[in-house]
Design a protein around this ligand. Structure first.
Ligand code: GDD
Ligand code: MG
Length: 364
């Protein structure tokens, strides 16, 4: 069974994190997000993967190669222009020679039982089966009302509250019979959500929804990306942590120099070759990437550092994200959903104030 993973979106809502790293390759507790998705697929016996990418093909390929090292067979297909979610699948049609295949949005953290999804699809003799998740606010997703037999009766992409009739949403994992490809026009931008699914419903095709209680999160905004880290550190979903667990809820990588006078309160993950000086305090729900340096007396909590970040003495970093190579001086405060990326800083929460921005730019 083959799986196509859609990783060609722009990741707009995660800018500036996605300026240089595609959403699916953002670090998740120090491993690329997509590696988690691959592990899930492998657990369900899927080893042949087609990655439908946009501009960042090299970044995927440099990390995963042909997949051999990860016990996978990976094929990359690049779109010169975005073809939309369905157009992307039509574009890889020639590699889809089985009777059915799986399609996944590449930004979903889930432990969905894909084996059960496929069994359900077959038991319904469905043309398409959509995994469904329940969320409190369905207006940011595809709304999928189903009847008592699980048949999809409507598909409304990002509806207004006045149209919300269920809390079931499209969870972004599908099983398709190959005939679904006939619903997609060739060589143009076309989407499942606004094109294929509504059309199938209208024609009363056998399109089914598969509700489940699986953990489910779209990581596509900074808040949700932080939540993904939080939930994994809370052990809400099975995850192979990188590094050695040195005490409960604290994982540390190789060659780290951590002062005996530093304080680390888990859950915390620290990468390889990191240095943490005396009296620095790292509070829970923090992930520090490889080659980072935390100066004496600095305080870090609920934050994500990518690789090679430096934080000067007595700085405070709270609930924020530092991209690769960010260097902050002494006594810098970065708080409340700030994202620091090279010279830029993005304002995600209105409580962030300009004074802090100036201090962030005032680096040593
Ligand atoms: N190859 C390719 N080409 N991939 C694409 C393209 C494209 O033109 N456009 C989007 N993608 C990929 C994105 O990289 C992402 O992995 C996935 O398709 C979904 O795109 P998003 O931009 O993240 O969509 P969304 O989150 O607003 O909505 C989708 O996901 C929701 C679940 O999280 C829809 O499928 C909703 O119906 C669904 O509820
Ligand atoms: Mg998404």
């Amino acid at each position: 069974m083959k799986a196509v993973i859609l990783v060609g979106g722009q990741g707009t809502r995660l800018r500036p994190l996605t300026h240089t790293i595609p959403k699916a390759m953002l670090p998740l507790l120090n491993i690329p997000f997509l590696k988690y998705v691959f592990e899930l697929l492998k657990r369900h016996g899927i080893q042949e993967i087609i990655l439908s990418t946009g501009n960042f093909l090299d970044i995927f390929e440099n990390y995963f190669g042909d997949g051999t090292k990860h016990d996978l067979k990976i094929r990359y297909v690049k779109e010169d222009e975005p073809l939309g979610t369905a157009g992307a699948i039509k574009n890889v049609e020639k590699y889809l020679d089985d009777d059915f295949f799986i399609v996944l949005n590449g930004d979903i953290l889930t432990d969905l039982n894909i084996t059960k999804l496929v069994e359900y699809h077959q038991s319904k003799k469905a043309l398409a089966t959509l995994a469904l998740a329940s969320v409190e606010d369905p207006t940011s997703y595809g709304l999928v009302p189903i009847d008592s037999k699980g048949k999809v009766v409507d598909f409304l992409e990002k509806p207004g509250w006045d149209k919300v009739v269920t809390n079931f949403i499209n969870a972004g994992t599908y099983v398709f019979k190959s005939e679904v490809l006939n619903f997609i026009p060739e060589g143009m931008n076309y989407s499942f959500e606004k094109g294929v699914f509504p059309k199938m419903v209208e024609k009363e095709e056998k399109i089914y929804g598969f509700p489940s209680n699986a953990y489910w999160l779209d990581i596509g905004t900074p808040q949700k990306y932080l939540k993904a880290h939080h939930d994994i550190l809370e052990r809400q979903i099975k995850f192979n942590f990188k590094g050695k667990q040195v005490k409960p809820k604290v994982w540390i990588g190789k060659n780290c120099k951590i002062s005996a006078e530093a304080n680390i309160f888990g859950p915390v993950v620290i990468g390889d070759n990191c240095q943490i000086e005396a009296n620095a305090t790292i509070f829970g729900y923090t992930t520090i990437g490889d080659n980072c340096m935390i100066g004496s007396g600095a305080t870090i909590g609920e934050s994500i550092f990518f690789k090679a970040c430096k934080v000067g003495s007595s700085s405070i970093i709270k609930k924020s994200i530092l991209c690769n190579g960010i260097e902050l001086g002494v006594k810098v405060n970065v708080e409340d959903m700030a994202i620091a990326e090279e010279e830029k800083i993005s304002l995600v929460d209105s409580s962030y104030n300009l004074a802090k921005k100036e201090r962030l730019n005032d680096r040593t």
